[in-house]
Design a protein around this ligand. Structure first.
Ligand code: AHR
Length: 503
């Protein structure tokens, strides 16, 4: 098979937003406890943070981390997690059916984020709480001094406000599983009043209204329409969440998961813009794709990867999915989809960071390692610089049960006009055939050289990285890469993700 697309520096989509490379730390399973935090671990620093996990988080290239949930946040009392640790209450976490010790709270997480060098996106509880509690936690986080909660923070040893800019106005409140689930009207009114109150405290906040929990929600798009009608003036973003898995052995559709992500984004953009048109408001609402990943959700729903409901355990193993080569190719493709929508998706968080459906795995008292999905994320974050270029591949199609005929090859590229670097990210979704790819670089007045090229593929597509074989699946140098006479050429193995950096 063969495929081609042209690259031209004149055809840009938007600048690469660093916030595209966000992640998510929820108080869930072992993401926080024995994930980022484990006092007593051989690598723990004085604050109890695992240095091995921190080093991998840095290597992953994350820019932004959403915290503290997730479904967890819809029953969370932030006050439980501040002040002397010995005085903090243990609470039931109804979202994940376990106990929350509150050893880690806002101040600890902010300290971790400082060490990791990431921006924090703070999610507010609009499930069981409301406007006042949102104002209170905002005051604790961002008010400099003299007020009750600012002085509480200072008494807890943090003199300066954290200066968090992005706040999520709740989590997945469209979902019947959410504690405090609401109709679009109920949520839209609460979100609007919370946003208005927060803005009177700090006008320049970037606020994220809750969007749909997946494109298959019965309220998909209608939810966004009603919520944005009520919040358009006071929010900047609407959220999107999507998880993908191979269902009933349908790998062909699974490999085309980015088709659903494209459809999700295009539908929410169309919905948001139609609300803007109706309101005669030229403002553009952006998308915060603040939960996305591969997640074997059917295994969770069957109980196989959930906490034992008869126990109230502390930091139980929950959805510690082990990722395959195919999963990594899909994750690389989802990043391609996010990048190609950089004009409207300006923040995104892969869910989650450690242990819970995560690129990083760790064992209590033991090692930390990179899952297969770590690699496309880390390389894309490192290579994607400057502007996203418009890419229109032409090539073969294949048939899927879920999405009909879809392109075998999907790709995106970025170009940094300052350094001259050009990066290409491409997947071959075909399960048997290799694809020869030709990329004419006619629009560039530059003789490119290949600086780095990486491919993730394997003869065993179900191969994973485990505690015993942490580097079983790693990217290797891409094959057949040449740049001659203004054309980049390379071979894409079946089910593969490839990234090339040209200088
Ligand atoms: O990331 C796991 C869970 O998935 C989150 O808590 C929730 O928001 C979503 O349903």
């Amino acid at each position: 098979l063969s495929a081609t697309f042209r690259l031209d520096p004149a055809f840009t989509v938007a600048p690469v937003s660093r916030r595209t490379f966000g992640s998510f730390v929820e108080h869930m399973g072992r993401c926080v406890y024995t994930g980022i935090y484990e006092p007593g671990h051989p690598t723990a620093d004085a604050d109890g943070f695992r240095q091995d996990v921190l080093a991998l988080a840095r290597e992953l290239g994350i820019s932004l981390v959403r915290y503290p949930g997730g479904n967890f946040v819809s029953g969370y009392r932030w006050e439980d997690g501040v002040g002397p640790v010995a005085d903090r209450p243990v609470r039931r976490d109804l979202a994940w059916h376990c106990l929350e010790t509150n050893e880690v709270g806002i101040d600890e997480f902010m300290r971790w984020a400082g060490k990791a060098g990431v921006e924090v996106m703070y999610a507010l509880n609009l499930g069981t709480r409301g406007v006042q509690e949102a104002l209170d936690v905002h005051e604790y986080i961002n008010q400099p001094d003299r007020t009750h909660f600012a002085e509480m923070r200072r008494a807890n040893g943090v003199d300066k406000p954290y200066g968090v800019t992005m706040f999520c106005l709740g989590n997945e409140l469209d979902g019947p599983w959410q504690t405090g689930h609401k109709t679009a009207h109920e949520y839209g009114r609460l979100a609007a009043e919370t946003a208005r109150a927060l803005r009177s405290a700090e006008p320049d906040l970037e606020l994220v209204a809750v969007g749909s929990s997946s494109s298959s929600m019965p309220t998909f798009a209608a939810w966004e329409s009603e919520v944005l009608e009520l919040t358009y003036d006071v929010v900047d973003y609407v959220s999107a969440h999507a998880y993908y898995e191979p269902l009933n052995g349908d790998v062909a559709s699974f490999l085309a998961s980015a088709v659903d992500m494209d459809h999700f984004v295009d539908s929410v953009v169309a919905t948001a813009d139609s609300v803007g048109a109706r309101l005669k408001n030229p403002k553009r609402i952006m998308i915060s794709f603040d939960e996305w990943n591969v997640w074997k959700q059917s295994a969770f729903e069957s109980g196989a990867t959930a906490a034992d409901p008869s126990e109230w355990a502390i930091a139980p193993r929950v959805i510690e999915d082990e990722y395959t080569v195919t999963d990594a190719v899909v994750v690389g493709n989802l990043l391609i989809s996010l990048l190609r929508h950089s004009d409207r998706v300006t923040a995104a968080c892969q869910a989650q960071l450690v242990n819970v459906i995560a690129p990083i795995r760790s064992e209590a008292g033991g090692p930390a390692w990179r899952q297969t999905i770590f690699h496309p994320f880390a390389i894309t974050s490192r290579f994607a610089r400057g502007d996203v270029l418009r890419v229109e591949p032409s090539g073969p199609l294949y048939d899927t049960e879920k999405y009909g005929e879809v392109p075998v090859v999907d790709a995106v590229a970025t170009h940094d006009a300052e350094t001259g670097e050009l990066s290409v990210f491409v997947v071959n979704r075909h399960q048997e055939e290799q694809v020869s790819l030709a990329v004419p670089l006619g629009g560039f007045d530059h003789a490119f050289q290949v600086a780095e090229s990486w491919t993730l593929s394997d003869t065993d597509l179900s191969a994973t990285n485990t505690v015993d074989q942490p580097d079983r699946v790693v990217p290797v140098e891409a094959s057949g890469v040449t740049v001659d006479d203004g054309e980049l050429r390379l071979d894409l193995p079946p089910v593969s993700w490839t990234a090339i950096r040209l200088t």
